[in-house]
Write a protein of this length. Structure first.
Length: 422
């Protein structure tokens, strides 16, 4: 048991001591004595103060002292103190499509969890598991959604805040294959908010689903993108991906909407480079795990949608949005005909990423050692008192104590009346 505002109880004790002191200064009737000049005595009750060696009425005194102490205890808000442990643990278990062996991951999580610890499961969203977490582990199933370390870290931080009042230190363990698609632009910033180390329990990653190759390209014969597609071996008529270097037509959009194909609108480099006077040079292009380092020229922004590729400064270079059964992609990456940029390996990886069929954007490549080191961090476990405090507990005893104060206050007039009747 602990008090949320202990000063109120100390103040009540001081007031109770004052009540006892006032009872010692009781007014009592003096002894009767015969005076020869009684005619000069006023015709009214004669009283004189005298110091008593004991309180005048012990029951009234006890009633008043108990009332004051109960009021102080109610204002002090007593709450039950939960049992504390040296370390409480939060386990973040990956249940995304990147998991190769779910049974192994669940067994690793079960070996880490102890009574009072917290379990967080995540794929593209994260969820805190309440109740008996060991029983919940038996019913968990892997999903087909991609994983998100950002979501896992956010919910794990909330779970840690709930454990903080019952621990001296907090430990976070991530059970995951840690693949590239689970790391996004916000992960590093969210990780920095956890001011302690993170333990890594890495499990096997699944194999990426087999992607059906094939791109139908509509472009000029001397278009540099033709060379890139030819080197990748993707050129095929009737494929589920159609790259349009001129303006897309209504028939193109209807084809993507009805057939489930990916319509990629990628304006030709010759048209885009005419705006060179308002272009800036960007040193790298990132599309999933594919990175191309070159003097890329950025001339425009893609249409709104989910980013599939970004410039090195984080601005989107290619986006995607759903359209019926298919998807529409907008690519704002000028590909110059001069030089060997279209023939470079990095450019080919970016093109392959942007030319994947709709929904086939999995990236099960392992995270780099530098990103894993960023995720793990260094130093001791998180100090519990440094975590943002959980919602302040509410004293369940305070209303009952205040009810007792009210009853005692109602009983005092009755006690005083009984004293006068004696």
């Amino acid at each position: 048991m602990t008090l949320l505002a202990p000063l109120f109880l100390a103040a009540a004790a001081a007031v109770a001591a004052g009540v006892v002191a006032l009872h010692l200064l009781a007014r009592q009737r003096p002894r009767d004595a015969a005076f020869p000049t009684a005619r000069f005595v006023p015709d009214r009750p004669a009283r004189a103060p005298s110091r008593a060696l004991r309180p005048a009425d012990l029951r009234l005194l006890a009633l008043r002292v108990l009332t004051v102490l109960l009021a102080g205890a109610a204002l002090a808000q007593p709450v039950r103190t939960p049992p504390r442990k040296a370390i409480r643990r939060v386990v973040a278990l990956d249940l995304s499509r990147a998991l190769a062996d779910p049974a192994d991951a669940v067994a690793r999580a079960a070996a880490l969890l102890r009574d009072g610890d917290a379990l967080v499961t995540f794929d593209s969203v994260a969820r805190a598991v309440h109740g008996n977490v060991r029983d919940s582990l038996r019913t968990l199933r892997v999903t087909t959604a991609p994983g998100s370390l950002s979501a896992a870290l956010i919910v794990a931080s909330r779970a840690a805040a709930a454990l903080a009042p019952r621990a001296d230190s907090l430990e976070l363990t991530v059970v995951s294959p840690l693949v590239r698609e689970e790391w996004d632009d916000a992960t590093a910033a969210i990780r920095a908010r956890w001011r302690g180390r993170i333990n890594i329990a890495r499990v096997a990653a699944a194999r990426a689903p087999r992607e059906e190759p094939g791109v139908e390209l509509r472009a000029d014969p001397d278009d540099p993108l033709r060379a890139t597609v030819a080197l990748l071996g993707l050129a095929r008529n009737g494929a589920l991906v159609r790259i349009v270097r001129d303006s897309p037509t209504a028939a193109d959009s209807a084809w993507a909407h009805d057939s489930g194909g990916a319509l990629v609108w990628w304006p030709a480099a010759t048209a885009a480079l005419r705006a060179r006077e308002r272009a800036d040079t960007v040193g790298a292009l990132i599309a999933g795990s594919a990175v191309s380092v070159a003097a890329w020229v950025r001339t425009a922004d893609p249409a709104p949608g989910r980013a599939m590729a970004r410039w090195v400064d984080g601005a989107p270079a290619a986006t995607e949005r759903r359209s019926g059964a298919g998807c529409l992609r907008s690519v704002a990456i000028p590909l110059a005909a001069e030089g060997d940029l279209a023939l470079r390996e990095g450019t080919g990886r970016v093109v392959a990423r942007l030319a994947a069929p709709c929904g086939v954007t999995s990236d099960f490549a392992p995270l780099s050692d530098s990103l894993i080191a960023t995720l793990a961090g260094a130093g001791p476990a998180l100090i519990a008192r440094s975590v943002r405090a959980a919602p302040r507990p509410v004293s369940r005893a305070a209303p009952w104590l205040l009810g007792g104060v009210l009853l005692l206050a109602m009983a005092e007039p009755l006690a005083r009346r009984a004293r006068r009747d004696r």
